[in-house]
Write a new protein. Structure first.
Length: 318
């Protein structure tokens, strides 16, 4: 097993020595990332670290293994967990690379009690970020294969407290994040319109407060609502839960009258049917399952010790 692991690791890393393993880490707000990591550490260790007392503070090295196929993402968050704990991470695979199991991804060196303190938090983060990235990569490849001109985007259907990580994972694989929060773009959905009583009125009210710097998007269920939204100054209309044939017909009619209008499709769109929604008059396709219901990627972090297999093979009966 050790020989196989070494061969896989060498094939992944033979032509590269990575200093900064994350191309996109500089877009992250450092203080926000640190606060997130500190909150995770506080949640996991609110009082005594008895397990840490058992192992002590001697210097050790642990190996990060990927044990299921997936795209690596979440590197800056993994790094921050361990830098907060005075440990050093050395990456052997670049973020965004497709990992084939079992492979060695990184090494973590530091006081052994600190490595074990950060272990589960860092693994939880990278497993979920890589899960999002793996799904996002498949959608991005479909778009490229079918030569569609528009953007695939996520939604605000994210895990509470984990949005920054999940949105970052989308960026790693070339998928748009959509709006980050309620303040970054105005989206007037059915509840807003029903409460305001009129599409045009709702758009004008939003414009009066948001001004020129904030785009307004309106969720529409028919072409009349979409035209009303565009006429009132909305930059984007979302055609929600349209059948593909009706979507393309409506989008073409709207583009004819409003050439600069951005048209987004959403609702019931998945990997199996997304090609039906690709079309010349659709600019954006937003997909909730990118950050909701994704599978995680299996990683483990094991202290390197002679005589112990870090891949943790299945225990079988003699």
């Amino acid at each position: 097993m050790g020989k196989v692991l070494n061969l896989v690791t060498k094939s992944l890393c033979s032509n590269a020595r990575f200093k900064n393993m994350s191309k996109y880490s500089f877009i992250l707000p450092e203080i926000t990332v640190r606060n997130l990591v500190c909150s995770w550490l506080k949640e996991d260790l609110p009082s005594f670290d008895i397990g840490g007392f058992v192992v002590g503070e001697r210097l050790e090295t642990a190996v990060l293994l990927c044990k299921s196929r997936g795209v690596l993402a979440g590197v800056p968050f993994f790094d921050k967990v361990f830098t907060e704990l005075s440990c050093k991470v050395e990456w052997q695979v670049a973020e965004g690379e497709l990992l084939e199991p079992v492979c060695k991804v990184a090494k973590v060196t530091g006081p052994v009690n600190k490595i074990l303190l950060g272990e589960r938090i860092a693994l939880n983060c990278i497993a979920r970020a890589s899960g999002v990235a793996t799904v996002a990569r498949r959608f991005a490849e479909l778009k490229k294969k079918l030569e569609w001109h528009g953007e695939i985007a996520g939604t605000r259907k994210t895990t509470p407290g984990f949005r920054l990580v999940e949105k970052y994972a989308l960026v790693v694989c070339g998928v748009s994040t959509h709006r980050f929060d309620l303040s970054s773009m105005v989206m007037l959905k059915d509840n807003h319109i029903w409460t305001a009583g009129d599409v045009g009125k709702a758009v004008k009210e939003a414009k009066s407060v948001g001004g020129f710097s904030i785009k307004v998007e309106v969720e529409c269920r028919n072409i009349v609502e979409a035209k009303s939204a565009a006429s009132a100054g909305a930059e984007i209309v979302m055609l929600d839960n349209f059948e593909p044939s009706h979507l393309h017909k409506t989008a073409e009619a709207l583009k004819t009258e409003f050439p600069n209008l951005i048209i987004e499709a959403s609702g019931g769109i998945r990997e199996q049917n997304i090609s039906d929604f690709f079309g010349p008059f659709v600019d954006v396709i937003s997909i909730g399952c990118l950050t909701q219901g994704y599978s995680t990627i299996d990683f483990s972090l094991k202290i390197e010790k002679d005589g112990h297999n870090p891949s943790n093979p299945v225990v079988r009966a003699d």
